[in-house]
Design a binder for this molecule. Structure first.
Ligand SMILES: [Zn+2]
Ligand SMILES: [Zn+2]
Length: 361
């Protein structure tokens, strides 16, 4: 192996990252060593950074990053599907392949998965990263490294589309126009969904959604002080659906991609009876939720997390075939040496998608 340094962005404690040259990862017989080129950042990286870990604080420095792609630099003796120089995207969730959920195809909710950048498993925000060969998916030449740093979140949107069964003819409403909401809209458009409505509290994010993927986008109706959620949600729905030219009955599918309690109430009002509501935003762990409507409207209320078999390949195909153009979404690119600035940019929320170039140290 020619490489001598493996600089990585290490989370030291809450709000503190350092670039350090760490040991080159061991490459087992079934492993591939990837020279990582790009890493997208998302809200979960910010959570890791803000809190110094997920759940409980880290006890040792942890390499951040989980949305990465790069070039194969070395392969283990037992690897036959990859060769040095192959361009690959990294699936950061290492499922066990043995538990009930893995065996039934729900690898995204594996009982004992490990996740890159979730302690004690190091992440991908380093110059080099090693993993089992089957956690890599090849990328064609026409996908730029910047875009390749967004394949993982697009795969998350593809999984959501699978769960919600996006198809032509539907009308969907997306609450939250951040990276996840935008990727859901992009996927919905690629899948031929007929009408996409988008809502956010930020005018700039609404403008972005309108410019790129939404047929109708608006700032959420403000809730007057003292007004209960149901009353507000119905008023918001009546106003928005009229403005969007959608039947006042409601939309077929709602995707809550903000993790905000008001959006949950609005979403449950916007979806028509017999429709589907997907909770994708995280936000606070416990929220008030209009459970009565689940029963009365006989809704399919679903969660969607990570991705399952085929989602990465679909995401790559959508980009490579030009069905989804991620470039306008990538509004900031940082060298790895400026990882702290990149994390701070995610915090500010003015950029839609922030990508780090791992070899720029
Ligand atoms: Zn992410
Ligand atoms: Zn499993």
């Amino acid at each position: 192996m020619a490489a001598s340094t493996n600089n990585a962005c290490l989370l030291m404690k809450a709000m503190t990252v350092e670039i350090q040259d760490i040991a080159m990862p061991q490459v087992g017989a079934d492993d591939v060593l990837v020279k990582v080129e790009s890493t997208g950042l998302c809200g979960s990286d910010l959570h890791n950074y803000n809190h110094g870990g997920f759940g409980k604080p880290i006890t040792e420095p942890l390499v951040l990053g989980h949305e990465s792609a790069g070039t194969v630099s070395a392969v283990g003796a037992g690897v036959s599907d990859f060769k040095i120089g192959d361009r690959v995207a990294i699936e950061p969730t290492m499922f066990c392949r043995k538990c009930f959920n893995c065996k039934t195809g729900k690898t995204n909710v594996c009982r004992q998965f490990r996740q890159a950048s979730m302690a004690p498993t190091h992440g991908t925000l380093a110059q080099y990263y090693a993993c089992d060969a089957d956690f890599l998916v090849k990328i064609p030449e026409n996908v730029s490294w910047e875009e390749a740093g967004c394949i993982q979140p697009l795969a998350v949107a593809v999984q959501l589309a699978k769960r919600a069964q996006f198809s032509a003819g539907q009308t969907i409403a997306v609450f939250g126009c951040g990276p996840l909401g935008c990727l859901v809209m992009a996927t919905a458009r690629a899948y031929g969904v007929s009408k996409i409505l988008a809502f956010d509290i930020s005018q700039s994010r609404v403008d972005f959604a309108k410019k790129l993927w939404a047929d109708y986008a608006a700032v959420s109706l403000a809730r007057p002080e003292g007004q209960e959620y149901p009353e507000w949600a119905e008023a918001f729905k009546a106003q928005a659906l009229a403005a969007a030219g959608v039947d006042s009955w409601g939309v077929d599918i709602v995707v809550e991609a903000a993790g905000a309690e008001p959006c949950m109430h609005a979403g449950m009002a916007f979806v028509h009876s017999g429709g589907t509501y997907v909770q994708a935003g995280l936000g606070r762990p416990i929220n008030a939720f209009p459970t009565f409507s689940i029963v009365a409207k006989e809704l399919n209320v679903l969660g969607s997390v990570r991705y399952t078999a085929g989602c990465f390949q679909t995401a790559i195909d959508l980009i490579a075939r030009g069905c989804i153009d991620l470039k306008p979404m990538i509004t900031a690119v940082f060298p790895m040496s400026k990882s702290k600035e990149a994390l701070e940019a995610v915090r500010k929320g003015e950029d839609l998608k922030v990508v780090i170039m791992n070899q720029q140290v």
